[in-house]
Design a protein around this ligand. Structure first.
Ligand SMILES: C[S@@+](CC[C@H](N)C(=O)[O-])C[C@H]1O[C@@H](n2cnc3c(N)ncnc32)[C@H](O)[C@@H]1O
Length: 232
């Protein structure tokens, strides 16, 4: 499964992550990385909240970067750049904040490489702000269901999924739901757990300073947590 050709147009939930982050960040003109920025919705929210920030939004999908440029087009007062790249090959660091909304579990990479890079890319006292699925029965069952769907995938199954999605979410445009179908087959690469928390703390110098369960956005989505880590 590759994200390079996927859009992320739907179900960008209105997370409270940016507001919580504002309460915890003390940097006056922070350098912020919006990792896996999608269509730039949260990048713009970050710019609205951190008005003096230098923002870099990156995404592996070129169509998302094109859409993100449009999202911020009318906001030239902000210092925002977008780059199409895989985070693992991003050659930039010294960030005060790395913001990753529903992204870390999707990055195909060796865990140690990913965590070490995040830790290296953050300044001292910098904050990693994420939402990601956590280890719980609901998410384990959902992952099992997706593994099964992946084996059975065919055009008819895609049609059934679209039908069910349109019943569950009549408020969302059908084209947007269609864009979401590939996400139904995505298996998270990692879940947030006590083990991951300990690893971040002991090995990568990232201490949890805030953690809260998110409101569940949709039955088809894994349950997420907001977690803020600070680099020692
Ligand atoms: C679930 S979407 C979230 C998008 C955005 N953060 C939001 O909340 O609206 C995950 C995003 O991560 C991007 N992504 C996945 N793997 C990536 C990688 N290795 N490097 C950069 N972006 C990646 C995908 O293209 C996608 O836009």
């Amino acid at each position: 499964m590759t994200f390079t050709t996927l859009n992320y147009l739907a179900l960008t939930h209105d997370s409270s992550l940016t507001g919580i982050l504002k309460q915890y960040s003390t940097a006056i003109s922070p350098r912020i990385l919006d990792l896996g920025c999608g269509v730039g919705t949260h990048t713009l929210s970050l710019a609205n909240v951190f008005t003096n920030a230098e923002l870099l939004g990156i995404d592996i999908s070129s169509s998302n970067i094109t859409a993100a440029l449009k999202t911020v087009a009318d906001n030239r007062q902000y210092n925002i750049k977008f780059v199409e790249t895989d985070y693992l090959t991003l050659n930039d660091s010294g960030f005060d904040i790395i913001h990753a909304e529903s992204v870390l579990h999707l990055i195909t990479a060796d865990d140690a490489d990913l965590y070490q890079k995040i830790s290296n890319d953050l300044n001292k006292n910098g904050i990693l702000a994420v939402t990601m699925p956590y280890d719980c029965i609901y998410n384990r069952l959902l992952i099992t269901a997706r593994q099964l769907l992946k084996i059975l995938r065919n055009p008819l199954l895609d049609k059934c999924i679209l039908k069910i999605a349109s019943w569950l979410h009549p408020e969302i445009d059908i084209a947007v739901l269609r864009d979401r179908i590939p996400y139904m087959y995505i298996i998270p690469q990692r879940l947030y757990s006590k083990r991951l928390q300990n690893l971040f703390d002991k090995k990568y110098n990232l201490k949890v300073i805030y953690s809260e369960k998110c409101q569940h956005a949709s039955l088809a989505k894994p349950r997420h947590k907001i977690i803020l880590f600070q680099k020692n």
